[in-house]
Design a protein around this ligand. Sequence first.
Ligand SMILES: [Zn+2]
Length: 174
Amino acid sequence: MKTSKEMLLETVSKEIQQDAVSAPSTLQTQGRSSLDHWSPAILLERAAYLRKMAQYGDGAASETLKDYSQHSAMLLVRNRDGEAEVHEGFADVFYVLEGRATLQTGGTVQGARIVAPGETRGDAIEGGRRQELRAGDIAHVPAGEPHRMLVPGDRTVACFVLKIQDEPKTNKEL
Ligand SMILES: [Zn+2]
């Protein structure tokens, strides 16, 4: 009489043998890749389209390239100053594809209004830090930090943006 543990071991080893027989080759595994790849040429082509949309719209246009479970990849074009924003649930990573902008972070949001749970918008930011951004620059804005993209004059900026699910650091962690 086999013990239940012996029977379980027997079943598991049978399954392992079956898996070994039916395991796909490396080539077949590559065929199932879910890689997402965007070349600069493709992103700039899409950005050129968004720039036209921004021109005829309210000065900004964006496109979600892909939504993932904890983050999403976006393309953003601005030819005017953005609103001040704070989002408690997401961090922003900006990668500047072309153009220039000034990223204002920290400080206090002026004319703050809550537009959705954890989402605040405002007219401006008082104080904080101003960082010039140029093509090739990368900037990370943590969840819960006020930020605003300034695009003065006839400048435009095109950014690849990763919005990553996150939460503001507690005072203890700071
Ligand atoms: Zn943001």
